[in-house]
Design a protein. Structure first.
Length: 190
């Protein structure tokens, strides 16, 4: 699998996940998290379970599968998702750990078994950061102005894009799994 050079900085963010593995989990029941943020955190926890379960269910041999040339492969979608989980929060004022740039990317490999292992780990840890990032922005700051890809918006809108992006690629990943004969674990038996 050849990864375009443009993906390397994003992959470095994925590697930052290891820094967060000792963090206490954030949940929607936290006393400091309420309203929309609590709903987002609960949704992110559900997506984490689905992403990680799907990433584990898809065989490593399918991690280089893509529906057509020029479209991300299974492994690239999972790694993109993990990288985005670390990158998008900067738009609402939460930076990924500084150590990210010094770590070796886990997703930049042609070894499909290693790619699967790295993607599963990066996804798992990136969702920990995602919950922490949402929890870090108090309700009183949700209407604060920010720039999102060069456009004026609010931190709330950036958070909504964050969660929407997760859902978009979850749907893509389900389609990829089913194209490879894998039933999503949460729907198996239904």
């Amino acid at each position: 699998m050849n990864h375009p050079q443009a993906l390397i900085p994003a992959m470095l963010l994925v590697a930052a996940a290891g820094v967060l593995s000792t963090a206490a989990p954030v949940d929607a029941q936290s006393a400091d998290v309420s309203g929309l943020r609590a709903d987002m955190i609960a949704d992110i926890s559900t997506m984490e379970s689905k992403y990680v379960g799907l990433a584990e269910a898809i065989p490593a041999s399918a991690y280089d599968w893509s529906p057509m040339e020029g479209v991300r492969s299974v492994g690239e979608v999972f790694c993109h998702m993990a990288a985005a989980n670390f990158g998008i929060p900067r738009f609402f004022g939460v930076e990924a750990p500084a150590e990210a740039e010094a770590l070796e990317p886990k997703c930049d490999t042609d070894d499909l078994a290693a790619l699967k292992e790295g993607a599963v780990e990066a996804l798992s840890q990136s969702f920990v950061f995602a919950r922490e990032a949402i929890a870090a922005v108090p309700d009183a700051s949700l209407d604060d102005a920010t720039k999102l890809f060069g456009r004026d918006t609010t931190k709330r809108a950036a958070m909504l894009l964050y969660v929407t992006h997760m859902h978009e690629h979850l749907g893509q990943s389900v389609a990829y799994a089913r194209s490879n004969g894998v039933v999503p674990p949460w729907s198996a038996g239904n």
